[in-house]
Design a binder for this molecule. Structure first.
Ligand code: AMP
Length: 142
């Protein structure tokens, strides 16, 4: 195997989720990593800013950049799942965990009434393919 192909295949930064083929000048085709990070991956990595309202080992919550209510927070799990449609028996606890975090957040904020929504897939209005829970309330944060 060509040394460069080996480097790409075994590089620790190699993306296991997604690959694409690229043709090099010598005619050989190599597999290249493709970064398919969503905007929420970047917020989680602090690569782009967000108005974070709460965080723990499992969840990050931040203000929606285009709020649809006086309070509009997004809760995302730190373990990546693209959508409710991709939840498996191994990750089935994640939606419930997000709901519990939202419930705790509401209690801490003294917010009595709120809506929780998951958009599922493009047809369900999901634009960012990183599972997230919308928390909307007519009540404002403290
Ligand atoms: P959804 O349509 O369920 O995928 O919701 C994605 C939400 O992410 C939308 O309500 C957007 O306004 C919100 N959003 C997109 N980019 C950002 C960002 N950089 N910071 C905060 N919220 C964002």
């Amino acid at each position: 195997m060509h040394w460069f192909a080996a480097l790409l295949l075994y590089c620790p930064f190699f993306c296991i989720n997604c690959q694409s083929a690229a043709k090099f000048p010598n005619g050989l085709i190599y597999t290249l990593p493709v970064t398919e990070q969503t905007i929420f991956h970047k917020i989680l990595a602090r690569a782009i800013p967000a108005a974070i309202v709460t965080e723990d080992d499992e969840v990050l919550a931040f203000k929606d950049i285009h709020p649809k209510a006086p309070t509009h927070i997004l809760f995302i799990p730190k373990h990546f799942v693209a959508s409710i449609a991709d939840v498996t028996p191994e990750t089935a606890h994640i939606p419930g965990m997000l709901i519990l975090k939202a419930q705790k957040f509401a209690a801490e904020q003294g917010i009595a009434g709120y809506k929780l929504t998951f958009h599922v897939g493009k047809g369900g209005g999901q634009e960012v393919m990183y599972l997230h829970l919308h928390f909307l309330s007519e009540e404002k944060l403290k």
